[in-house]
Design a protein around this ligand. Structure first.
Ligand code: UTP
Length: 291
């Protein structure tokens, strides 16, 4: 029997050095794309995939992320008094049910794999999703839902994948491909940040995963990989052969909001999707570029 996917881990303990000084006192995941912080896009996407329990892996200076999901009692009372119903609705949509949300600490950022291992008590014996909030996907069907549908069929691990330029493989986790039907890729190996000369493909993992709990025992070895960090990719690689393991070429456009260019592209793309903003933004872009 395939266990249903109901849990998600959101690692947010990284330092966000590429976004300094913006991230000196504010977590990268609170940066807004249009009017919603990155963390909320990730939580909304997870809910749309059937996730009911959330674990945020945080570190120092990340309090705002936890507070974002609290009920802002005074603010709500004020909005109610002033009959600001639309704004109240926005707040309600953002909040999570009582008990649906826990926080664990990663005191030292030793790598993504270490961050996931910190959530081991939350994960227990259940399958779980991982969402890296700085990867934002604009799609018809939420990206995690696309992965969850594959998990419901296979019961194994599923990672979202996309092609990257060959010379850029050393920035990503890269798949070694057993077979490929153009959408679903059977995986025979994974390598973190390979140099282009030795990369087995140019298919890279983006920040959406469905994982089986067996990955925790592999992470517990605390092997250091690329960048001397505990790498999730290395632990996942050791699951291949023991359970189904697939890459999914998801439908949608991914923005790397951890990089400045990706973040700016996301602002424009998401604004152009909004009926209230699109006319003004596209008029501005046309005029500005023409000038
Ligand atoms: P990044 O590689 O984007 O690192 O982490 P970062 O620290 O967030 O940003 P830069 O590179 O310094 O600008 C990918 C994801 O893994 C989390 C990050 O919060 C981000 O969601 N992470 C990374 C942790 O939670 N802990 C770690 O030790 C490392």
């Amino acid at each position: 029997m395939i266990k249903p996917l109901r849990k998600a881990v959101l690692p947010v303990a990284g330092l966000g050095t590429r976004f300094l000084p913006a991230t000196k006192a504010m977590p990268k995941e609170m940066l807004p794309v249009v009017d919603k912080p990155l963390i909320q896009y990730a939580v909304d996407e997870a809910r749309a995939a059937g996730i009911e329990q959330f674990c945020l892996v945080t570190g120092r200076g990340k309090t705002a992320l936890v507070e974002h999901f609290d009920i802002a009692f005074e603010l709500e009372a004020m909005l109610r008094e002033r009959h600001k119903d639309a704004e109240l609705k926005l707040l309600h949509e953002a909040s999570l049910p009582p008990g649906a949300f826990v926080e664990v600490r990663q005191q030292v950022p030793l790598g993504l794999g270490h961050a996931i291992w910190c959530a081991r008590a939350f994960i227990g014996e259940d399958p779980f999703a991982i969402l890296l909030p700085d990867d934002l996907v604009l799609s018809q069907t939420p990206c995690l839902k696309q992965l969850a549908d594959v998990y419901d069929q296979t019961g194994g691990c599923v990672v979202a994948v996309t092609e990257v330029p060959h010379e850029k493989t050393s920035s990503y986790g890269i798949l070694d491909i057993a077979s490929d039907d153009g959408k679903l890729v059977a995986v025979k190996g994974l390598v973190e940040k390979p140099r282009p000369e030795v990369a087995p493909s140019n298919l890279s993992i983006i920040g959406r995963y469905v994982m089986r709990p067996e990955v925790i025992a592999e992470l517990a070895r605390m092997d250091r990989g690329a960048g001397n960090e505990v790498q999730l990719t290395d632990a996942m690689a050791r699951l291949i052969g023991r359970m189904p393991f697939h890459g999914l070429r998801y439908e949608g456009h991914r923005f790397d909001c951890g990089s400045k260019v990706g973040f700016l592209e996301a602002q424009i793309a998401f604004a152009l999707k909004r009926p209230d903003l699109a006319p003004a933004v596209s008029a501005f872009l046309k005029n500005y570029v023409a000038a």
